[in-house]
Design a protein around this ligand. Structure first.
Ligand code: 5GP
Length: 116
């Protein structure tokens, strides 16, 4: 179940963000604690907890807009390459319970997963 969180407040305009791109259904802004020279978060404006929730409940228009927005921002800001990450729940390391994709790049990125 969705509970309002920091991203709900960013969408509502109650908390500022460094906006990169906005469309009818989607918002992209810079991560407040960047893990790479370029670190952008892309979120749907609708209230979805995670990837599965978004995929199950969002309309076709919302989904198309979201995935095209991710691709557009990634290709425009990081034409030399990038990594797109979607964390889910506790084991996936998701901290904010509003579905989002991370777009990272601006340098050669390290290992995808640290070996145990
Ligand atoms: P998660 O760990 O849930 O996949 O990623 C959440 C991301 O949101 C983190 O990278 C964190 O730095 C970012 N974040 C948390 N609070 C804020 C905020 O208030 N503003 C912005 N721009 N990013 C935030």
């Amino acid at each position: 179940m969705y509970h309002d969180n920091i991203f709900t407040r960013i969408i509502a305009g109650e908390i500022p963000c460094d906006k990169v791109y906005e469309s009818e259904y989607t918002l992209a802004f810079k991560d407040i604690a960047p893990k790479a020279p370029t670190h952008i978060l892309v979120i749907p404006k609708g209230k979805y907890v995670d990837f599965s929730d978004f995929t199950a409940r969002a309309s076709a228009d919302e989904m198309t807009d979201f995935y095209r927005s991710v691709a557009r921002v990634a290709d425009e800001k990081l034409p030399g390459g990038h990594r797109i990450i979607i964390n889910t729940a506790k084991d996936g390391g998701q901290e904010v319970p509003h579905f989002h994709a991370h777009i990272l790049g601006g340098r050669t990125l390290g290992p995808k997963i640290v070996q145990e």
